[in-house]
Design a protein around this ligand. Sequence first.
Ligand code: MN3
Length: 271
Amino acid sequence: MPSATTPFSVESDAAAVTRRGALAALVGGGVALHALSAAHAQPAMPPLRPLSGPKEVTLDLGGWDDSKGEFVLPKLPYDAKALEPHIDAQTMELHHGRHHNNYVTNANRALRMLADIREGGDAGLVRHWARELSFNLGGHINHSLFWKMLAPAGKGGGGKPEGALATAIDRDFGSYEKFVAHFKANAVQVESNGWGWLLLEPMSRKLMIVQMSSQQDRWLTGAVPILGIDVWEHAYYLKYQNKRSDYVDACMNIINWEFCGKLFDSALRTD
Ligand code: MN3
């Protein structure tokens, strides 16, 4: 296993072409990755579906109540203590029940305030409430995804990605081990509060690892989230104090790769 300080190799142009061709084949029908070469012409890339498209995955986060017309706190998909010893029950209860709940409450409030402004309120406050909406709704979406991106170890959590996501990780990062080293180093090195993300970048259709500051800053328009780790101190401080790297290591034992794989598959689907 490479350490977090392992330098990341730069692939050759030929390798890059091979890898792009491989994803095209992946999309088109699942041709084996190793059977492709740089000499193959690239088929036209089908357009990405929007994030809201695949109903069975992205609309099933439980964060919106259509009858109320407002955002709601989704239930945890497991008991608060189910992620122990990697994440302790008290952290989960506070993180979900207070922090996440605050994002929901404040996102709804921002929407109400913006509606009031449209009915004659102070238009000069749009900037303030737009910022509040962006931050709090970002927090709501991030956490709604995060709970589902984790699962109890041995009960959906842990192991390795499979299927198309595993193939794309090998293509874009060289190997699963190189991906993990890069992903962990990225999350550990987020400055102050934020997130480390694996995403599908919509123009290149490649997997990329990026950082998010706060709950939304530095995000890429159109990016499809595949895996995110919350590295705000509230996510780990009770158990790990300032040892963020230990927390990130622990998280890798409880990743729900099946859910992450569904996000990836849905992003690739063109029907
Ligand atoms: Mn959080």
